[in-house]
Design a binder for this molecule. Structure first.
Ligand SMILES: NC(=O)c1ccc[n+]([C@@H]2O[C@H](COP(=O)([O-])OP(=O)(O)OC[C@H]3O[C@@H](n4cnc5c(N)ncnc54)[C@H](O)[C@@H]3O)[C@@H](O)[C@H]2O)c1
Ligand SMILES: O=C(O)[C@H](O)COP(=O)(O)O
Length: 387
């Protein structure tokens, strides 16, 4: 029996896939697995029992990835599961910036009691006129799951699209329309584009990516869109750019107390992934990842451990070991196995950065006493008996 807890509401269509082997608990300390969206986990105490955290979504900056890895806790996310939801909101963000749709709607509400509204609006509408996005240049920073969808959709709407991503994956490059220009540098994108949208993860390396230096290179009157994370933009520099007119409009899904008071800001309350479809996709994928990990020990879509898949165990026993990626670990493991007279039928070991993960399929039953011998090895972070 596994216990799990949800730190945010997770769509039922995903949770329904948890069998009777899973019991929900409200007690974080009792959970073997956690499902989470944006709840802040950095200050939470991690119990020895906790094995897995699944982020039903993309961004993992709310989760202490290194602290989890150090405790042998595997963190997953759900790549691409909410990308279409964000893409659609982003396209609406560009349209909201291109035409004063918000001003127009506000005007209609303010004139709700006007008996002659159909006449007076014909005079008022010139105040809310705008431009079209067709033929304009869009710059996409970060060509991942969302960035590629945004680039391709904007291209289909007749925009001239440029992208930049120093770590562009082969899969994403192949999905990108051939009409899109992949820039070698940010500068090239900044100086060319009328609209610039950012779709990169928030990490120390991307903090304040859009700052004065970046704005200075952009065209006067550029529209900046941020549907990724607020700290990707330097607020003070954005304020100055909006006040000077360098940035004509800032469209963001991440308002904060500073941003909401700035002029020409169009803000939504972190709605990118809040669609039925995205919530369902994320929940289904997160639950699949948790189940494969808890029941088989397999790792898919982890953000702090390597992918490791040994399928379903067909031998008598399976033991998994999360450990430091340092020399001599495997020799020590196999020494323990041989001293106990246990035959390893199949073994998979994968590494990623400072951490490694091993799946041993053995021809004997796994015992607690044996697992403890493995746990006692220096550099071992967590040992689990799967079978
Ligand atoms: N508004 C929302 O509700 C919402 C929903 C989903 C995701 N997000 C945010 O959007 C981000 C991106 O999501 P995704 O699903 O596309 O993730 P992803 O991992 O598929 O794509 C991120 C891309 O950014 C690239 N990248 C990393 N550092 C970069 C840099 N310095 N410059 C340029 N590119 C860089 C990566 O190579 C990758 O291709 C998430 O991390 C999250 O913060 C927001
Ligand atoms: O990173 C993400 O996936 C988004 O920001 C969505 O966050 P949410 O699941 O809290 O809506």
């Amino acid at each position: 029996m596994f216990q799990y807890t949800c730190l945010n509401p997770i769509a039922a269509v995903g949770l329904d896939n948890l069998t009777e082997d899973y019991k929900q608990t409200e007690d974080f300390a009792q959970a073997d697995a956690v499902l989470v969206r944006s709840a802040a986990m950095h200050d939470m105490e991690l119990s020895d029992k906790l094995c897995a955290v699944a982020r039903a979504g993309a961004g993992v900056n709310n989760i202490p990835l290194d602290k989890c890895a150090e405790n042998g806790i595997v963190v997953f996310n759900t790549p691409g599961a909410n990308a279409n939801g964000v893409k659609e909101l982003l396209i609406s963000g560009m349209l909201l910036a291109a035409r004063d749709i918000v001003g127009g709607i506000d005007w209609v509400k303010a004139n709700a009691d006007d008996e002659n509204i159909s006449k007076s609006m014909e005079k008022a509408k010139k105040n809310f006129a705008g431009s079209e996005i067709k033929g304009k240049k869009l710059g996409v920073i970060g060509l991942g799951a969302i960035g590629v969808l945004v680039a391709n959709a904007a291209n289909r709407l007749g925009m001239d699209v440029y992208g930049v991503d120093p770590f562009l994956s082969v899969k994403n490059a192949l999905t990108l329309s051939r009409d899109i220009t992949v820039c070698k540098s940010y500068d090239e994108l900044y100086k060319t584009c009328d609209y610039i949208t950012v779709h990169v993860p928030y990490m120390p390396e991307t903090k304040g990516l859009l700052n004065k230096e970046a704005f200075d290179q952009m065209k006067d009157g550029v529209v900046v869109l941020n549907f990724a994370r607020d700290l990707l933009v330097n607020d003070d520099d954005m304020k100055a750019a909006l006040e000077s007119g360098k940035v004509a409009k800032y469209v963001t899904d991440f308002p904060n107390p500073a941003v909401v008071k700035m002029p020409n800001v169009i803000a939504t309350p972190h709605l990118g992934a809040s669609t039925e479809e995205s919530e369902d996709n994320c929940a289904i994928m997160a639950v699949e990842e948790i189940r494969d990990f808890m029941e088989n020990g397999n790792i898919r879509n982890s953000v702090n451990y390597p992918a490791c898949d040994a399928g379903v165990c067909e031998t008598k026993g399976r033991i998994t070991v999360a450990h430091k990626n340092i020399p001599n670990m495997l020799t020590q493991f196999t020494t323990v196995f041989s001293s106990e007279g246990i035959n390893i039928a199949h073994m998979t070991n994968k590494s990623r950065g400072d951490y490694s993960y091993c799946i041993f399929d053995i021809d004997s039953d796994s015992t607690e006493a044996f697992a403890q011998k493995l746990s006692a090895i220096d550099g071992v972070l967590k040992v689990r008996i799967i079978k």
